[in-house]
Write a protein of this length. Structure first.
Length: 76
């Protein structure tokens, strides 16, 4: 079991797989017509690895994926 939270929205990177290319933008994905469809918590070594997972996830679900760091707790 674990608990914690995401860092603020201004730390987000949005990943979109479009036409075989990956497009990333800074900031949260906040369009009112969009809704949270689920989430993944994936432990990776760095942001590049997280963005790689996000690009594959975006291609698979055909939707943008917002990547945000998980808040680190002391001693974990």
């Amino acid at each position: 079991m674990f608990g914690g939270g995401l860092l603020p929205p201004d730390t987000a990177t949005v990943v979109r797989a479009q036409g075989g290319k990956v497009v990333t933008t800074d900031g949260p994905f906040a369009e009112t017509k969009e809704q949270l469809g689920g989430f993944w918590v994936i432990k990776v070594t760095d942001l590049d690895a997280a963005l790689d997972y996000a690009s594959r996830a975006s291609a698979a679900c055909r939707q943008p994926v917002e990547v945000r760091p998980f808040e680190d707790f002391p001693g974990e």
